[in-house]
Design a protein around this ligand. Structure first.
Ligand code: F6P
Length: 561
């Protein structure tokens, strides 16, 4: 690995020069100069997903210079390292083998020189997939029953972060593929309202809890698991054998999980290198399989596999995750546009922005590079947020059109509709296409703006300068395969960014401090008659006046309830 600060490379310097030449150019000029711009700056992926990135402030030279950068940092070497199963997660000393999780037809392991540890990992993956298939079929066919022989119809996924967001997002997106008798619920928050709001609507006798935690030490998940256990035990007169019918655990920490459950066959063990935010392709996707059936779950994996092949074997300048990463870095590091928006126009995609938030910000929100140096001279992950079109057009779009912060956007929509009542679907699509156009071209779109009628409108506050870049994703159909494809596109975009920024994208050490401190604050919150001076002396943490007073006021408010 070269592990270089990208800003010290020759190509970065060339990019800076190029940036100075192009930065004042308007997107509309690119289109006026080249009527074929759309054809050159869009891709139709597998005849199913069109990605139009023509409305960006860039040209061929921009892309070529980034490709030069990738060559200079020896990007291809990272791909070989990944394919060969070398340790890419250097901070945690783990492999990154996401592509193996969806290698259903053994495409990546056909090679005669394949390393034995990859074969070993593939075997574990295959065993787990078989277990997922068997368990799914047993539940759906009524072979696995509740303790008092009732058919299971309610699935509750308990987990947080990567053990929640992937399945939650996918299940909502694929609601048309739902097995008719299954109801799906998610519990993640430590605020007990979350689990109570679920339990209040279901009964233990036909419910199974899928408890997902890689570490099996996450406070929120363990607490919710214990609440659910008590709820089931209360119902079955404290017969602990009832738990065997109503709890499945998915984890990488078998030793810990064993302490919590009697029947160890109910534990699915996933290899430790599978990162939480990439885990839905592993046994952590069990809830998805239960909801849409194993056949559809496999299609989701195959869709992601399509991108695995595209990513590893396409030319760099035809490689879509690479192009998407380049576009983001161009804005984030050169234009200093620090936000990035994901605007989904289908209700069913409403959790996608949340999923992508974790994918990008937990992976690439880092300020220490792969050499352990503090990053001072360039930005890493953008701030990712998003929303549901058309609703957010009526909330934050004002800023997108006229604000001083420019925020590049990804617009995403499905092009297949069941209901077009009152032409609602056509209206939805018109909104997306016009928003993309307005952001890019501003009021230049209105050719008759000088007519007397529009003059009133064109009052001095009613100016739209445009030049706000965006990509449009038109997806033929949100089916399991295309959704897998879309998610893997973003997964590799994140990976490419991490390589260029010279950071380790696969750990999440930044979340640890908060977890540790919360465990130290917890006894202070809990204790009655707290003597603060004594605690300050005794405590191993710095107790500042804000923290102390927040605890004091909390106690006062709480006492007076
Ligand atoms: O706190 C962040 C995090 O570690 C995520 O990376 C992870 O997806 C989530 O917590 C849940 O962790 P676990 O699956 O170990 O319970």
């Amino acid at each position: 690995m070269l592990n270089i600060n990208p800003t010290k490379t020759n190509s970065w310097k060339k990019l800076l020069n190029h940036f100075n030449n192009i930065k004042n150019k308007n997107i509309i000029d690119f289109f006026k100069e080249d009527i074929n711009r759309f054809n050159k700056f869009s891709f139709l992926l597998n005849k199913n997903i069109l990605i139009d990135f023509s409305k960006n402030i860039l040209n061929n030279k921009t892309i070529n210079l980034f490709i030069e950068l990738l060559n200079e940092i020896n990007f291809n070497n990272y791909l070989s390292l990944m394919l060969n199963g070398e340790i890419l997660n250097i901070t945690e000393n783990k492999f990154v083998l996401n592509f193996l999780l969806r290698d259903i037809n053994n495409y990546f392991i056909k090679n005669k020189n394949i390393k034995s540890h990859l074969l070993k990992e593939k075997k574990i993956i295959d065993n787990n997939l078989n277990k997922v298939e068997l368990f799914t079929n047993n539940i759906l066919k009524g072979k696995w029953l509740g303790f008092n022989k009732k058919k299971i119809i309610n699935i509750v996924n308990i987990g947080i972060g990567g053990s929640d967001l992937g399945p939650r997002m996918i299940i909502k997106a694929l609601n048309l593929y739902k097995n008719s008798n299954i109801n799906m619920f998610f519990v993640s928050n430590i605020d007990i309202d979350d689990i109570y709001n679920v339990l209040i609507n279901i009964s233990p006798e036909n419910t199974i809890f899928i408890v997902c935690s890689k570490s099996f030490s996450t406070q929120e998940t363990i607490l919710n698991f214990n609440i659910a256990k008590k709820w089931v035990l209360d119902y079955f007169d404290n017969n602990i054998f009832a738990l065997n019918n109503h709890f499945i655990i998915i984890t990488s920490n078998y030793i810990k999980a064993k302490e919590f459950i009697l029947n160890h066959n109910n534990i699915f063990v996933v290899s430790d290198w599978v990162g939480g935010r990439f885990s839905f392709c592993s046994a952590f996707g069990l809830s998805i399989s239960l909801y849409i059936g194993f056949k559809n779950f496999k299609k989701l994996l195959l869709g992601a596999h399509f991108i695995d092949k595209h990513f590893f074997f396409s030319k760099l300048n035809m490689n879509i995750p690479i192009l998407l990463a380049i576009i983001n870095i161009w804005y984030n590091n050169f234009f200093q546009f620090k936000n990035e928006l994901v605007l989904v126009y289908n209700e069913k995609l409403s959790f996608l922005p949340l999923y992508l938030q974790q994918l990008f910000m937990e992976s690439n929100g880092k300020n220490i590079d792969r050499n352990g140096n503090i990053i001072k001279d360039y930005n890493t992950s953008s701030i990712i947020w998003g929303g549901l079109g058309t609703c957010c057009q009526h909330s934050f779009f004002q800023l997108l059109h006229q604000g001083t912060n420019i925020i590049p956007c990804d617009f995403i929509i499905e092009c297949c509709f069941k209901n077009n009542i009152y032409n609602s679907y056509y209206k939805l699509v018109s909104n997306l296409i016009s928003q993309s156009q307005c952001l890019a071209f501003g009021d230049n779109i209105l050719l008759n703006v000088n007519s007397s009628k529009d003059k009133n409108l064109n009052y001095k506050f009613n100016k739209f300068f445009g030049n706000r870049p965006n990509n449009v994703f038109l997806i033929k159909k949100i089916n399991p395969y295309n959704l897998g494809t879309l998610i893997a596109l973003y997964e590799y975009k994140m990976f490419v960014q991490g390589i260029i920024w010279n950071i380790c994208s696969f750990d999440q050490l930044g979340v640890e401090l908060g977890k540790r401190v919360s465990n130290l604050i917890y006894p202070l919150i809990k204790k009655n008659n707290l003597n603060f001076n004594k605690e300050i002396k005794k405590n191993k943490i710095f107790l500042d006046s804000s923290t102390l007073n927040l605890i004091k006021v909390f106690k006062k408010f709480n006492d007076k309830r």
